[in-house]
Design a protein around this ligand. Sequence first.
Ligand code: ZN
Length: 511
Amino acid sequence: MSATRVMFGALALMAYSALIAAEPAPSQWQEIELSLSGPADVQAISDLGLIIDDVAAGHVTAYARPEHLEALHKLGIAYTVVVEAGAPKDFSGYHDYVALTAELEQYAAEFASITRLISLGQSVEGRELWALLITGNPGEEEDEPEFKYVATMHGDEPVGTENCLRLIDYLLRGHGTDNRATALVESTAIWFVPHMNPDGNSNGSRSNAHDVDLNRDFPAYPTDFTQNYFDGGAISLEGREPEVQHVMAWALANSFVLSANTHTGSLVVNYPYDDDGVPSGVPAPTPDEELFQYLSLQYAMFNPPMYNSPEFENGITNGAAWYTISGGMQDWNYRFVSCFEVTLELSEIKKPSSTQLPQFWEENRESMLAYLEAVHIGARGLVTDRLTGAPLWAEVRVEGNAQPVFTDPDVGDYHRLLLPGEYRLQVRAPGYIPFEVEGVAVTEGPATRVDVGLSTGDLDGDGAVNAVDIQSVLESILSADPSGADVDGGGVTVTDLQTVVNLALRRPGPE
Ligand code: ZN
C-alpha cells in the first residue's frame, strides 16, 4: 500500500515539473451577465451555445466564447463582462494541486488502516485525479453502502475542496474517539475527490485544459439514456474528456449509492433531472422526486443561509425547474449507474476570500454529515445464489417505481434508498427466476434488511432443471414445507411448480 502511494507521489511530482515549462493557453470563456425579458430567453441563450451558470432575479450568469459574443451582438442582446477571459485568479489560502496532493498523502500515511489513496487517472495536463477512500477495512469489499463527494469539477469554484478536506480531517481524527465519526467510517465506504478538475483549478478556469466544461461532457439525454448500466452493454468512454472518462470508469467499477458534487455561484441544492427533454424552467422530476426532495433537504436544512434562501423554497430545486443543462454529471449518475447524486451550490460568490473558509465549513459541516448519513436509509441486503451462496449481479426494483438499483457483484449487496412506507421488492438476475418480496416495511432510521437467495430452478444442484426438481417442488406444496421450493418469493404455490416445469421444458420463464 505505502509503496503504491509513494509511487503515485513521485509520478505526480514528475508530471508537475513537466508542466511548469508549458504555460497553458488562457481559457477562451469569459463570464458575462445578461438581463432576461422572459423564461424563453434562457433557452435561447443556451441554444446559442453559451454555458449558463446561474439564473436569478431576472439575470443570467453565463460563460461565453468570442463567437457567442458575436452572436449576441447580431441579435442585439446586451451583456456585461463580469470576468475577462484568462483573467488571473487569486487562490491564496486555498489548496492548490501541490498542497492538496501533499495533504492527501499525509492523511493516507497517518491513517493507513482506514484510508486508501488512489489516482483515478490523469488530467489533460498530467495532474492526478486523487480519490481518497475512508472506511473500516479499506482493502476489502464489504456489505456496506458506497458514498462520494466530488469537488471542483469547475476549476474556479473551489469552496467544496476545502470543505471536503475539513470533513476528511473530522472523520479521520474522530475515528475511535467520536461516536458519530466512528459509526460513519465503520459502516460506510466514503470517497472524496477534492479536485475533479485540477487543471482548471491550477489555471483559474471553469473548464479543463481543453477548455471544455466537464459538467456538460457526460452522456446526455436522450441519445445516451436509452439503457442503464444493468440492461446495457459495455459503456464507451470514447470522445469524452479524460477527467470525465476517469470519473465514469470509477463510477462503473464501484457501486455508489449516494453522492454530491460541489460548485459555487449560487446557494442551493439542485437535484435531478437537469434535462429530461422539458424546456428550461419546467420541472423534470425523476421517479424518486419525493426522495430527492428529502435528500436535498438533509443538506439544505442544516445550512441556514441556504435554507432561508429568498430565491429557492427551503434552499432546494429541481435542476430543470431552475435551468436546463445537458451532459451534467448528476443525471448520468442517477440514470445510468443508479447513484443518487445532487449538485451543491455552496456560495453566491464564486471564490470567496479564504478568510471566510472557516465560516463556510461551519455552515456546511452538519449538512455534509447529515447528507452522508442518509446513505443508510431504505432497504438493503444481499442477493446470492441460494444453492452456492455466491454473490450475484442483480437488479432490485420497487414496485411502482421505474428506477432500478443494482447489487455490487463483489459482495452481492444492494442499497435501495427509500422513504418510510411499505414496499414490494422485485429482484432479478440473468439466468435466475425473478423473485419478489412483499410487505417490506421501511421505517425512519437504518435500512430494513432483506436478503434474497435466487434460484435457477435447479433445486438439488445436479446441474440441470429436471424431473427431480419438479418432484421436489410438488412435495413441498403437498407437505406445505417451504424449504427451498419457493423460487419466486410468493410462498410455495403452484406458480413455483409452473416455473420449474417451464424451465425443465425450456419454455420461456416469467419476465
Ligand atoms: Zn459549477
